[in-house]
Design a protein around this ligand. Structure first.
Ligand code: ADP
Length: 389
């Protein structure tokens, strides 16, 4: 029995669904924006994902429509649902991955741990939030942000004056999100997958390391996390998945504080950078699990294949195809056990062009190996354009 899954978006996340689809005999069809994208191999349509008629035509003959990003507008999602398309995750869940103000409000309603936050509309409101939070805050555009874009660390209202215009506020629920500057000791990610029937599977808690606002390394299980932290992360993610009726993979990005608290940072309802290690390090990888979940098939085991698994992204890398090929060959030579995942993308400074997975028994040794491999690919260590840090 072959199911057809349509994926909106043709970047690396859609690309990495392809091997999983092949293995499960799923007919995967990708809706991209043009030629040359990462998932071109499975691309069957191109267009604008905000264009209802284009997405409607693509969705007409798929069993399930899913996503590699959260940018399809609510009105398009709802119209498809009215047409009877199986949109997974559905519009009601995706809203909370699209809009950080809605997400903060919903987390508060569910009694889940948020940083202190406020929805603000004026420079005076920004100033008073700053005054009551030690003079520094994190300002976020509620919608459309990614990889640190749309996020700023601020110490004065002037630094967001360009975001407090009627046009920009109008595009974002009429308000800007301010959060306390969380004094986190590290960032974590709890990944779970949920079927429409409610079955849920969680992977081990993952530590993530960002480079200039971009997730660039992941380590699982999160080193040193005690039983209470593991249980709390699992409780938060499973509550969110169930209460928001999420279908597919859910990544809950978390801050851990020095006193052992976990705070929700943001949600992603699709395979996530922090879960790339699962492709090789877990019995069931996140891309396969996402396809199983959206098709309401039984979920796979989320056990680790070894004591620990790590992922190191290659950001930037060699500028020319020749230099890239040489560097790739060097990694193959240096580390026969490395698992390489290239995204089929051309060079741009700090662009995610691939990642390296490694697993083993000693986390420090495994991490050192994966970092060395990524360094052989000349990864960038600084970002020219991120707004955070
Ligand atoms: P994006 O949508 O771009 O992923 P995030 O909301 O995850 O944006 O923020 C990007 C990064 O900024 C986070 O990974 C974290 O390092 C930092 N950050 C975000 N919110 C806060 C906060 N309230 N306090 C401290 N750092 C934050």
């Amino acid at each position: 029995m072959t199911f057809t899954v349509g994926v909106i978006g043709a970047g690396q996340l859609a690309r990495m669904m392809i091997p999983a689809a092949v293995n499960l005999d799923i007919d995967l069809r990708v809706f991209g924006t043009g030629p040359g994208e990462s998932a071109a191999l499975a691309q069957t349509a191109t267009g604008d994902w905000t264009d209802l008629e284009a997405v409607r035509a693509f969705a007409a003959d798929v069993d399930v429509l899913t996503f590699e990003h959260e940018h399809v507008p609510q009105q398009v999602l709802r119209a498809l649902e009215d047409d009877g398309v199986a949109v997974r995750p559905g519009s009601g869940a995706l809203l909370y991955a699209q809009d950080k103000l809605q997400m903060r409000t919903r987390m508060a309603q569910l009694g889940l741990p948020n940083p202190e936050w406020a929805a603000v509309q004026t420079a005076d409101e920004v100033s008073s939030f700053l005054a009551s939070h030690g003079g520094t805050a994190i300002a976020k555009q509620p919608t459309g942000g990614y990889d640190g874009h749309g996020v700023r660390r601020i110490t004065s209202a002037d630094e967001v004056s360009d975001w407090l215009t009627p046009e920009l506020l109008g595009a974002h629920d009429g308000a800007l999100l301010l959060e306390e500057l969380v004094p986190f000791t590290r960032e974590l990610s709890q990944l779970v997958a949920r079927r429409p029937s409610g079955d849920l599977a969680a992977w081990p808690l993952t530590e993530t390391i960002q480079s200039a606002g971009v997730c660039s390394e992941a380590i699982a299980p999160a080193p040193g996390a005690d039983a209470a932290v593991l249980a709390e992360a699992a409780r938060i993610a499973s509550t969110i998945a169930s209460e928001l009726d999420v279908v597919g993979v859910l990544a809950v990005e978390l801050f851990e504080t020095a006193d052992g608290r976990l705070l929700v940072n943001e949600l992603a309802m699709r395979p996530h950078n922090s879960g790339h290690w699962t492709i090789d390090g877990s019995v069931t990888g996140q891309f396969e699990q996402h396809l199983r979940a959206v098709l309401d098939l039984p979920l796979g085991s989320t056990e680790l294949c070894d004591s620990c698994a790590v992922m190191v992204n290659v950001l930037g890398g060699p500028e020319t195809p020749e230099a890239r090929a040489e560097a790739e060959a060097e990694v193959l030579r240096a580390d026969p056990a490395a698992r390489l995942h290239w995204y089929g993308k051309g060079y741009r400074p700090h662009r995610k062009v691939g990642h390296i997975n490694a697993f083993g028994t000693d986390v420090q040794a495994v991490l050192a190996r994966a970092r060395r491999d990524a360094d052989l690919m000349h990864r960038d260590s600084t970002s020219p354009d991120s707004e955070v840090k």
